[in-house]
Ligand binder design. Structure first.
Ligand SMILES: *[C@@H]1O[C@H](CO)[C@@H](O)[C@H](O)[C@H]1NC(C)=O
Ligand SMILES: *[C@@H]1O[C@H](CO)[C@@H](O)[C@H](O)[C@H]1NC(C)=O
Ligand SMILES: *[C@@H]1O[C@H](CO)[C@@H](O)[C@H](O)[C@H]1NC(C)=O
Ligand SMILES: *[C@@H]1O[C@H](CO)[C@@H](O)[C@H](O)[C@H]1NC(C)=O
Ligand SMILES: *[C@@H]1O[C@H](CO)[C@@H](O)[C@H](O)[C@H]1NC(C)=O
Ligand SMILES: *[C@@H]1O[C@H](CO)[C@@H](O)[C@H](O)[C@H]1NC(C)=O
Ligand SMILES: *[C@@H]1O[C@H](CO)[C@@H](O)[C@H](O)[C@H]1NC(C)=O
Ligand SMILES: *[C@@H]1O[C@H](CO)[C@@H](O)[C@H](O)[C@H]1NC(C)=O
Ligand SMILES: *[C@@H]1O[C@H](CO)[C@@H](O)[C@H](O)[C@H]1NC(C)=O
Length: 259
C-alpha cells in the first residue's frame, strides 16, 4: 500500500478529534513500540493486516468497553490487537478516549520499518497490537513506572507517603475482588490520596493479582511525588493528589476513605 494511502487512512482521525470535549483522560501517557520489524517484502501486507485489526477492535470497544481481535486474513502474518477503556469512563468518554489513542498507534508503525508491535497508554484507555498472542500477558519487558516530576509540597510528607502506600496496597487487593477495577482514596490526617487500578479484561484472577501486586511495589518509588503510574502489559495503576477518576455513577466501586 502506498505511503500516501496509509497516511490518508490514519491522519484524519487525529485531526478531527476535539481535545476539549473530554478531559485529559485520552491524552497519551506513554507510547511503547516493539523493536521487532517486518522485512521489506512483507511490509505492505503487514500494514494491511494491522489496519484491518485496528478497524475491527474499535466497534468491540464501543460495544462493551474492551475487545480483542486476531487478524490472520493474510496467511502467515497475524496481527493481534487489544483495546480497553478503564471502567469509570462512560460510553461517550470511552469512545472519545479510544479514538484518540488509536490515532497514535501508527507512530509505532512507520511504513519504513513495519514495527511489529506497539502500545499506547492514556489515563482512560489502552491499546496494543503485536505479532503474537499477548492477551494473557501479565508483565512485559517494556513495563514502566512513571513518577510525576513534581514532589509533593504543602502537606505532611510522612502522612502522604503512608496514605499513598496504604492506598496502592489496598487497591491491588480491592481491584481483584471487584472484577479488576478499583477507584478510591485514602484520607487520613487531612491528607487525601486518590488512586485507580485496572487489570485488562483478558487476565484471569491470578494474572490480575500478579500484575497489581507487582505494580503496587513498583509504584512505591513514586511516593514522594504528586503522582505515580505503572503501565504494564496486564494492568494500569495510578495514584495522585488530584481526584482524576469518576465515581459519580454507581457502576463503579467507590473506595471508601478508611478514615
Ligand atoms: C529488543 O528488545 C528486547 C527487550 O527490550 C531486548 O532484549 C532485545 O535485545 C532487543 N532486540 C534488539 C534487536 O534490539
Ligand atoms: C509463510 O511462511 C512460510 C515459511 O516461513 C513461507 O515459506 C511462505 O512463503 C509464507 N507464506 C506467505 C503467504 O507469506
Ligand atoms: C491464569 O492465567 C495465567 C496466565 O495466562 C495462567 O498461567 C494460569 O494458569 C491461569 N490460571 C487459571 C486458574 O486459569
Ligand atoms: C497464554 O495463553 C496461551 C494460549 O491460550 C498459552 O499458550 C500460553 O501459555 C499462556 N501464557 C501464559 C503465560 O500462561
Ligand atoms: C507529620 O505527621 C506525623 C504523624 O502525624 C507527625 O508525627 C509529624 O510531626 C508531622 N510532621 C510535620 C512536619 O508536621
Ligand atoms: C484537619 O484540618 C482541620 C481544619 O484545617 C483542623 O481543624 C484539624 O485539626 C486537622 N486535623 C488533623 C488531624 O490534622
Ligand atoms: C461521570 O459519570 C457519570 C455517570 O456515568 C456521568 O454522568 C458524568 O458525565 C461522568 N463525568 C465525567 C467527568 O466523566
Ligand atoms: C445507586 O445506588 C443506590 C444504592 O445502592 C441505588 O439506590 C440507586 O438506585 C443507584 N443509582 C443508579 C443510577 O444505579
Ligand atoms: C486497607 O486495608 C486495611 C487492611 O485490610 C484496612 O484496615 C484499611 O481500612 C484499608 N484502607 C482503605 C483505605 O480501604
Amino acid at each position: 500500500m502506498p505511503i500516501l494511502t496509509l497516511l490518508l487512512l490514519i491522519l484524519p482521525l487525529g485531526f478531527f478529534i476535539n481535545p476539549s470535549v473530554s478531559d485529559s483522560r485520552g491524552a497519551t501517557v506513554a507510547q511503547i513500540c516493539s523493536n521487532r520489524t517486518t522485512p521489506p517484502q512483507q511490509r505492505s501486507l503487514f500494514v494491511k493486516t494491522f489496519l484491518a485489526a485496528m478497524d475491527a477492535v474499535s466497534p468491540l470497544v464501543e460495544a462493551k468497553g474492551y475487545g480483542q481481535v486476531v487478524n490472520n486474513a493474510n496467511g502467515n502474518l497475524t496481527v493481534y490487537a487489544y483495546g480497553e477503556c478503564i471502567k469509570d469512563l462512560n460510553k461517550k468518554d470511552c469512545d472519545l478516549c479510544f479514538a484518540q489513542i488509536k490515532a497514535k498507534v501508527p507512530i509505532c508503525l512507520p511504513f519504513q520499518r513495519g514495527t511489529r508491535g506497539g502500545q499506547v497508554f492514556s489515563d482512560g484507555c489502552y491499546i496494543r497490537y503485536d505479532d503474537y498472542n499477548f492477551f494473557n500477558e501479565t508483565l512485559g519487558l517494556q513495563d514502566r513506572t512513571v513518577c510525576a516530576p513534581k514532589e509533593i509540597t504543602g502537606v505532611n510528607r510522612t502522612v502522604f507517603r503512608d496514605n499513598a502506600a496504604e492506598l496502592v496496597k489496598n487497591m491491588s487487593v480491592e481491584a481483584v475482588r471487584n472484577g479488576g477495577f478499583y477507584a478510591g482514596f485514602v484520607d487520613r490526617h487531612n491528607v487525601t490520596v486518590h488512586g485507580l487500578a485496572q487489570c485488562w479484561e483478558t487476565l484471569n484472577r491470578s494474572g490480575c493479582v500478579e500484575c497489581l501486586s507487582k505494580a503496587s511495589v513498583s509504584i512505591g518509588s513514586c511516593l514522594v511525588n504528586e503522582e505515580g503510574r505503572v503501565l504494564s502489559a496486564g494492568c494500569y495503576m495510578r495514584f495522585s493528589t488530584q481526584k482524576f477518576y469518576n465515581n459519580s455513577g454507581n457502576s463503579t466501586s467507590d473506595g471508601n476513605g478508611g478514615k
